[in-house]
Design a protein around this ligand. Structure first.
Ligand SMILES: NC(=O)c1ccc[n+]([C@@H]2O[C@H](COP(=O)([O-])OP(=O)(O)OC[C@H]3O[C@@H](n4cnc5c(N)ncnc54)[C@H](O)[C@@H]3O)[C@@H](O)[C@H]2O)c1
Ligand SMILES: O=C(O)CC[C@@H](O)C(=O)O
Length: 528
């Protein structure tokens, strides 16, 4: 099988070599596609690689019927509709570390250019103006740098600013006073940071909560004569409010690498001499571009060949050593989910998954996803996968709970799945037998030992002599061969269960004929 990969934004050629060197890949680079052209082509591709330029909207994703992975060569994924990707089962990966250094260096370059008015002085000189008085700057030493967002880049900027002998004060929802102290910086709330800082630098993602977080009110809280830097994302600063704050002289300098609308030809902020700007160049170094291209090439290559990606955005990342321990249970989890929903006639409202024995010591979230995938695939088809299983369950109104229990019922590992519907609760338990693979060991309250594969028939009947023989004869009349049979009962003469594996798929009318026997209450055929 050949994987078709589209590179829609310019990526470092060196960086994508690992991807090119894979067998069975067909890589097309087309970095000039309009949104309409991308929409027309996208169905041909298994993987899409972008930077920040290409907008991967829900309309594009809707048309991407073969797309399996979207890779963002960089950090911010705000140009990708993550919900749409998740809904369609498309994994999104990014390259969160490769451009941190470059973005931090760019931020420092902006701070220093701003404080010494280097771009303005350079411009004047280019225009034959030798202006020494006009371009008097300020020192950074002993000034307070307020950092909003102390993630990878914010932290790198902070440590560099300390090298410039600045006092650093930061706000981040995950920053504690203790951590700040260990980093040699001061902790403050957003308001405290805005109030104290001579320079403010923004390093948050663009989220609902951060959109326009630096607005007219925030500017009011700032020191008179503050300078502001944004090398994170356009839209975190309200550009109208910044414009007004500069006109009113509250803000005396702004350095912007990112804008509310990109690319643009006109932006009135650029008419102000206090504003210096670059066209989203924070990550534009040879090193950063090679790093991010290597990272996404690795993840795309790994994913397409069935491996574990390093930087998933819409799936929790699970370290390899943990994955090695849980991978053997994937098949069991999926089969149990699929078997149970096959058995359940009503609409599932709640799914409870209980992990016990060895399983209770593992990170089980990926197993929960596989169980739910098995459950949903039976009715929703193959487009349900690890990425969208929980999302789709939620959308269908099915609540999913996982819990760990110590009750192993004698098995070294036991996975129990319970489905609640309007008409009652059904459950199935399974185990992974050492060297012998997965087994279904319980159906509701009955003990069985069934390999979850092939054509299974579950029969509820009255415990009575002769039922098994009559049922066998009926199957023989339809030329259906029984491969294995398991029976269990509640008590002598009470309710009983038969779980058969048969050699071929049984049609509904063939299953119905078994109900001719009055001792048989219920027959369900499940193909796994
Ligand atoms: N200009 C460029 O070319 C360029 C290059 C790389 C990254 N970026 C952008 O820089 C930003 C930071 O990247 P990063 O790699 O450091 O990301 P990161 O995820 O490591 O850090 C972001 C931090 O922001 C914090 N945060 C979230 N909401 C916040 C809020 N309301 N107030 C304060 N802090 C908040 C998070 O807790 C996190 O610590 C992103 O927007 C990214 O897209 C831009
Ligand atoms: O692709 C780029 O150059 C921008 C990258 C940057 O904005 C990011 O979020 O990583």
């Amino acid at each position: 099988m050949t994987f078709h990969i589209l590179i829609a934004d310019p990526l470092s050629e060196e960086g994508i070599q690992p991807l090119r060197s894979l067998e069975n890949v067909n890589i097309i680079t087309d970095t000039n596609l309009t949104p309409d052209e991308l929409g027309e082509k996208i169905a041909d591709f298994d993987a899409l690689l972008v930077r920040s330029q290409t907008q991967v909207t829900s309309e594009i994703i809707e048309k991407a019927t073969n797309l399996k992975i979207i890779a963002r060569a960089g950090v911010g994924v705000d140009n990708i509709d993550l919900n749409a990707a998740t809904e369609h089962g498309i994994i999104v990966v990014n390259a969160p570390n490769g451009n941190t250094n470059s973005a931090a260096e760019h931020t420092m370059a902006m701070i220093m250019s701003l404080s010494r008015k280097i771009p303005q002085a350079y411009n004047a000189l280019k225009n034959h103006q030798w202006e020494r008085k006009k371009y008097v700057g300020v020192e950074l030493k002993n000034k307070t740098l307020g950092v909003i967002g102390l993630g990878r880049i914010g932290a790198e900027v902070s440590s560099r600013a300390k090298g410039q002998r600045m006092n650093v004060m930061a706000y981040d929802p995950f920053l504690t006073e203790e951590t700040a102290e260990k980093m040699g910086i001061r902790y403050g709330t957003v308001e405290e940071v805005l109030k104290a800082a001579d320079f403010i630098t923004i390093h948050t993602p663009l989220l609902k909560e951060t959109k326009h977080m630096i607005n007219a009110e925030a500017f009011q809280n700032m020191k008179q004569g503050v300078q502001i830097i944004n090398c994170a994302r356009g839209g975190i600063i309200d550009e109208e409010a910044l414009y007004d704050a500069i006109i009113s002289k509250k803000v005396v300098g702004a350095a912007l690498d990112v804008f509310e609308e990109e690319p643009f030809l006109d932006n009135k902020l650029l008419e102000l001499p206090e504003v210096i700007a670059t066209p989203h160049l924070g990550a534009s170094t040879f090193e950063a571009q090679e790093n991010v291209a290597v990272d996404v090439s690795h993840d795309v290559g790994t994913f397409l060949t069935g491996g574990l990606v390093k930087n998933p955005v819409n799936l929790p990342s699970v370290p390899r050593e943990i994955m090695n321990k849980i991978e053997p249970y994937f098949n069991l989890a999926e089969k149990l989910g699929s078997f149970l929903i096959g058995l359940t006639q009503d609409v599932a409202e709640e799914v409870n998954i209980y992990y016990s024995g060895d399983l209770s010591e593992l990170e089980v979230a990926p197993l929960t996803r596989n169980t739910v995938k098995g459950l949903l695939q039976r009715h929703l088809g193959d487009h349900v996968n690890d990425v969208n299983a929980l999302y789709l369950a939620e959308r269908k109104g099915i609540t999913v709970h996982e819990s760990k229990t110590t009750s192993t019922k004698g098995f070294t590992n036991l996975l129990t799945v319970e489905v609640k519907t309007k008409s009652g609760t059904r459950s199935v338990s399974g185990t992974l037998l050492n060297g012998m693979g997965p087994r279904i060991v319980k159906v509701d309250d009955y003990s069985v030992d069934v390999t979850p594969v092939g054509h299974i028939v579950v029969i509820h009947h009255k415990d009575q002599p002769g039922v098994i023989g009559r049922m066998g004869s009926l199957l023989a009349e339809h030329n259906i061969n029984i491969a294995t049979m398991q029976v269990d009962r509640s008590d002598i003469g009470g309710n009983a269960i038969m779980v058969l594996t048969v050699d071929k798929h049984m049609e509904q009318d063939e299953l119905e004929t078994l109900k001719q026997l009055e001792e048989i209450y219920d027959v369900t055929g499940i193909d796994l």
